[in-house]
Design a binder for this molecule. Structure first.
Ligand code: MN
Length: 255
């Protein structure tokens, strides 16, 4: 099996090494990741400069392609140009921090996997809580166990799955829950300060919380200490509203 690994925390991130170590025995692994941290890059791609690629040797004892782009750039460039063969599976992470609820939209980790899904390749994004004990080897082993279950069940081409590992507190993880993505809003605050020139500057706070979430969602299950598995899809269409809008009386000609 050909596996492409990427992330959004950058090629030097410990989560990437941990994922590499955890999945190296599952197939032939290629690494293509951003040369700098790209958290919250979402699904951005680079239009402002050509992407430069450096082949680097990493501390984990493996090689990777370091790219001065966004997570989605790395995956699409690797699939289109850098790999000799199209990968069978794309893995992203392990992100330093969870990606549940609407954070999925901001996440570069999920975007890297989603980019692969757009190519019709099965992809899994891994994100882990950085609270409690942060033992990347243990987190990596948990990710591998989840991946093995997903592979045993079988991932179809273009299938996209987001996996979140809870804080490794005593008694956690409590198991695995397959849950839907919460759509609750994020309650965060911008802190206004003045810069040296006296201009107002808004800093996004590091602390945030979600608004009320339904019980059967990723946010709740993760908070209860479960590993969460959430299947996602690229189709953002609201199918119910599609029917309702199609049934409207649209004029034959506008303007
Ligand atoms: Mn990140």
């Amino acid at each position: 099996m050909r596996i492409l690994l990427s992330n959004d925390d950058g090629i030097l991130a410990p989560g990437l090494s941990a994922l590499h170590a955890a999945v190296a025995s599952a197939g032939e692994v290629t690494v293509a990741a951003p040369d700098s941290p790209q958290s919250a890059a979402g699904h951005a791609i680079t239009l402002t400069h050509p992407l430069s690629v450096q082949r680097v040797k990493l501390a984990g004892g493996f090689e990777g392609m370091s790219i001065d782009g966004r997570p989605a750039d790395c995956v699409r460039l690797a699939i289109r140009n850098l790999m000799d063969h199209r990968p069978d599976l794309v893995l992203s992470g392990i992100n330093a921090g969870n990606n549940v609820g609407i954070n999925v939209f901001y996440s570069g980790t999920v975007a890297a996997a989603a980019e692969a899904a757009m190519f019709g390749i099965a992809a899994v994004a891994f994100s882990a809580s950085m609270e409690g004990e942060v033992d990347f080897a243990r987190i990596g082993a948990l990710c591998r166990s989840v991946l093995d279950c997903l592979l045993a069940k079988g991932l179809s081409p273009g299938e996209l799955v987001s996996v979140n590992i809870p804080a490794l507190l005593p008694g956690q993880p409590r198991g695995v829950k397959v849950v839907r993505q919460s759509t609750a809003g994020i309650e965060d605050l911008y802190d206004c300060r003045k810069d040296e020139a006296g201009n107002e500057c808004y800093h996004i706070g590091t602390e945030y919380s979600f608004g009320p979430c339904d019980d059967d969602t990723d946010v709740i299950a993760l908070g209860q200490g479960y590993i969460t598995v959430t299947p996602l899809h690229i189709d953002l269409t609201n199918h119910k509203q599609l029917k309702s809008l199609q049934s409207c009386n649209w004029p034959d000609k506008l303007g």
